[in-house]
Every structure is written in structure tokens, then in C-alpha cells.
Design a protein around this ligand. Structure first.
Ligand SMILES: [Zn+2]
Length: 360
């Protein structure tokens, strides 16, 4: 295959088309493929970059946050000029400069059950729907919502998570008889990511590990979009780059017949209404984040977690944990799961502080 003999729209992919699994036919297939990436942070920005360069024709990007200076250590789509810009807008601009034939839908959205199917294009004509859902989420509610969508619509879920120097990656194809994410992970941890060992904002993140698991996500997404599910490993890969540990767990045979999602087809996260939404508390310069799940047994864990994160004026009472955050904000988390962020009436900012310090 001589690059100069290829049509111009294919020439740039010459080195990729030399791969037996791709070829000219596979490259054309990628050009008509659609991938939805939810969360364009440490994971999603790397996956979006690789899929755009690989010639995937359509990308839907969903994220609720703006680029912050502390993101630049690992979120490779962004640079200093993007600080303060919504991530999906900065990402779309950068991807357009990398490969202008890639169509990018940029959605600034705190994705939830009422809008998710529409925003991700799952209700469109079959040939326009995403062929993969890519998990770049930073919280369990969103991750389990993606799993509900994966099972309900029969779209593979390409999962990864990274925190500290540890990362995990696995791809779930319940429509092909494999387990779903919930079969393997069970229930989201009470108290969210904080109780499960931290979030990137509090436990830190080693950029090489998020890059590796994101690259594994991109590889699986490309295999699926090529129609080559047979090339998936069928394993959950875990690693810790500081501890130099790596292991694979076989996912075959781990489908749970009693799984509420793929076994009973109850899509609880998709059906959840925004009862757990945020409300501005009139006259108090505060925003309340509704309960997502009771915290009772986990207030102590949250307290320890916040102490390690180095927050100021941390207090733990029987029914609440309270502390001061940067920027003059305050955080109070109640045993029933509600939280109040003081010092702002900006719901997006309050949600973002909540996600950063409490997790899901
Ligand atoms: Zn399941």
C-alpha cells in the first residue's frame, strides 16, 4: 500500500491501515463510526485525542466542568489558554485542529437520567447512534447510569478508572452475553468515591497511569468500532505504577443472573429523577446538594478522607461532617447524604466542589 496512491481522506491513516485488523475497509468503517465519551478529563481527553487521530468519524463529548490549571498535569487535550473554558469546548477546538474531518458534538452537561439518552444520541436513527459508550466519569452515579444505558441499548461500555497511582480498565459487552459493569462492581460504595479510596482531587493522580488505562480504552473502542469484538481481552486489567503491580482478572463467567441491571433489566440510575438535585438556599448564600444515598456509616470515613486532603477547620459531629474549603467556601455533609456548600449560589460550582471532596 503506497500512501500516494490512496484517496486524500485515507492517506493520513496509512500507518494504521497497515495493521491487519484495520486495512482500508476498517478505516472506512471507522470514518462512519460514532463514539460517545462521557467526561473529558484525565481519561476522556486522552481517548478523544486517540479516536480523533485514528479517524473515528463522529465523537460526542459530554462534561460539566471548565478547564482548571490543576488539570493540565494530565489532561493532554488542554493548555494554559483553555483555563476557564468549558472542557468540551476546548476539546472540540483542539480536535478540530487535529483532524478537521472528525465531527464533534460538544455537550456541556451534568449528565443525568432524564436527558442522557437524548444527549448521547441513543434515540436517533440506528446508523447514527454511538457504537461505544466510553466512561470518563469521575463519580459512581454517572458510571452506573452509563451501565444502564449500555445494557438497555445494547451498546458496549468501555470502562476505566484511575486514582493515585492505580488504574483499572475493562470493556463490558452485555449484548454479547458478557457481564455488565454492575455484575462485576456490585453496588456503588456508600459515601461515593471518597469512601472507596478517594477522588483525583483529594488522593491525587499519577498521569502515566491515567494515560495507560485511557489508551487501553481507546484500543478497545477501536476494536469494537471495527466490528472486531473478538479481539477484546475479556479481562479487567488493574495496575499500580508506583508499586509496579499489574494483574488481569478474567471477566468471562462473571455475569450475575440476579444483577438488577442486566439480569432483571431494572435501570435504576437511568430512572432516578433529580430528587438528588441541587437547590440554591435562599438568603443563605448556599447551595444544597440533595441526598444520593445515606452516609451514616461513612461519615467517619469521609472525615478521615477530608483530613488527609488537608482541608481547614474540619469537624465531625454525630450527624455531620463540616469543613472549610478554598475560596471561602464551606462544606457540610449530613448523615442522610445531603450536603450544603456555603459561600456561593452557583449550582455548578457547588456540584463541582461536592464531586471533588465527597465524590459521587
Ligand atoms: Zn449485570
Amino acid at each position: 500500500m503506497d500512501p500516494s496512491s490512496l484517496p486524500p481522506e485515507l492517506a493520513r491513516f496509512h500507518r494504521q491501515m497497515l495493521l491487519p485488523a484495520v486495512g482500508v475497509e476498517g478505516q472506512r468503517r471507522l470514518a462512519s463510526a460514532h463514539a460517545a465519551i462521557v467526561g473529558v478529563g484525565a481519561l476522556g481527553s486522552v481517548v478523544a485525542d486517540l479516536l480523533c487521530r485514528a479517524g473515528v468519524g463522529t465523537l460526542t463529548l459530554v462534561d460539566r466542568d471548565v478547564v482548571e490549571l490543576t488539570n493540565l498535569q494530565r489532561q493532554t487535550l488542554y493548555d494554559q489558554r483553555d483555563v476557564g473554558t468549558p472542557k468540551v469546548e476546548a476539546a472540540a477546538r483542539r480536535l478540530g485542529a487535529i483532524n478537521s474531518s472528525c465531527r464533534v458534538y460538544a455537550e456541556i452537561e451534568d449528565l443525568h437520567g432524564e436527558v442522557a439518552e437524548r444527549v448521547l444520541g441513543l434515540l436517533g436513527p440506528p446508523d447514527s447512534r454511538p457504537g461505544v459508550l466510553i466512561d470518563g466519569a469521575d463519580n459512581f452515579e454517572l458510571r452506573f447510569l452509563l451501565n444502564d444505558l449500555s445494557v438497555k441499548h445494547g451498546v458496549p461500555l468501555v470502562y476505566a478508572g484511575a486514582v493515585g497511582s492505580a488504574g483499572t480498565q475493562g470493556t463490558f459487552t452485555p449484548a454479547l452475553g458478557g457481564p455488565c459493569l454492575r455484575c462485576v462492581l456490585g453496588e456503588p460504595p456508600e459515601g461515593g468515591a471518597a469512601a472507596a479510596g478517594g477522588t483525583c482531587d483529594t488522593a491525587g493522580i499519577f498521569a502515566p497511569v491515567s494515560m495507560i488505562v485511557a489508551a487501553c480504552q481507546a484500543a478497545d473502542a477501536i476494536k469494537l468500532l471495527l466490528g472486531r469484538a473478538d479481539l477484546l481481552s475479556g479481562t479487567l486489567l488493574s495496575m499500580d505504577l508506583m508499586a509496579n503491580q499489574r494483574r488481569r482478572v478474567d471477566l468471562r463467567g462473571s455475569r450475575d443472573p440476579d444483577c438488577p441491571c442486566c439480569g432483571q433489566r431494572r435501570f435504576e440510575f437511568l430512572a432516578a429523577r433529580r430528587g438528588s438535585g441541587a437547590t440554591v438556599l435562599c438568603g443563605r448564600n448556599s447551595v444544597q446538594i440533595g441526598a444520593t444515598r445515606p452516609m451514616s456509616g461513612d461519615l467517619l470515613a469521609l472525615h478521615d478522607h477530608l483530613r488527609r486532603a488537608g482541608v481547614q477547620r474540619l469537624e465531625h459531629a454525630e450527624s455531620l461532617v463540616r469543613c472549610a474549603l478554598e475560596g471561602g467556601h464551606g462544606l457540610t455533609v449530613f448523615a442522610d447524604g445531603r450536603a450544603i456548600i456555603s459561600g456561593t449560589t452557583d449550582v455548578q460550582l457547588a456540584r463541582s466542589l461536592y464531586a471533588r471532596y465527597v465524590g459521587a
